[in-house]
Design a protein around this ligand. Structure first.
Ligand code: 4NP
Length: 172
């Protein structure tokens, strides 16, 4: 039987080899540190299936490792069933957010979608609220560090919001 109190969280980016697996690992680490591992089910996915089965980009792995996170997720594309299997889906940028909303509207889906689709930075209470976590794929090392800074900040705000019962954002 499903645990009714389980909060199911899915992070989504384009390739599922940089931003979303990093957010997935950082959020999992914060949840574990808070002793809330049993309360959350966390995963990540991409819009593209191009990198399916691959480990995260080595540059993302290295940047995360320096901060104590191990990225061992294997890339997978988002599936329609995810819109019903998760409570909150976090888009890492506004293009991904639009794509997720279009996917949900355009595809026939027999199961009623239950997930709230939010922008990852929607839960921040500072000037970073509503901004994109930029795609670092074509950037240098500083791009990956910037991504990690935003992800650590965003995951902290997300955990605080979700533990206070906020399962949605203003975009629902
Ligand atoms: P991600 O980064 O969306 O953060 O995983 C990217 C990874 C791969 C590609 C684009 C973005 N790509 O075009 O292959």
């Amino acid at each position: 039987m499903k645990n009714p109190k389980l909060i199911r969280v899915l992070f989504v980016c384009l390739g599922n080899i940089c931003r979303s697996p990093a957010a997935h690992a950082v959020f999992q680490a914060m949840v574990n540190m808070a002793g809330l591992g049993e309360k959350f089910q966390i995963d990540s996915a991409g819009i593209l299936d191009y990198h399916q089965g691959e480990l995260p980009d080595p540059r993302m792995q290295q940047t995360a490792k320096k901060r104590g996170y191990v990225l061992d997720h294997r890339s997978r594309p988002i599936a329609l069933a995810d819109f019903s299997s998760y409570d909150v889906i976090l888009a890492m940028d506004r293009d991904i957010l639009r794509t997720l909303q279009e996917l949900l509207e355009s595809k026939a889906n027999n199961r009623t979608p239950t997930a709230k689709i939010c922008l990852f930075t929607d839960f921040l209470q500072n000037s970073h609220r509503g901004i994109d976590v930029p795609d670092p794929y074509w950037s240098g090392q500083e791009g990956f560090e910037h991504v990690m800074d935003l992800i650590e900040e965003g995951c902290e705000a997300l955990l605080e919001a979700l533990t206070q019962g906020a399962l949605s954002c203003e975009r629902e």
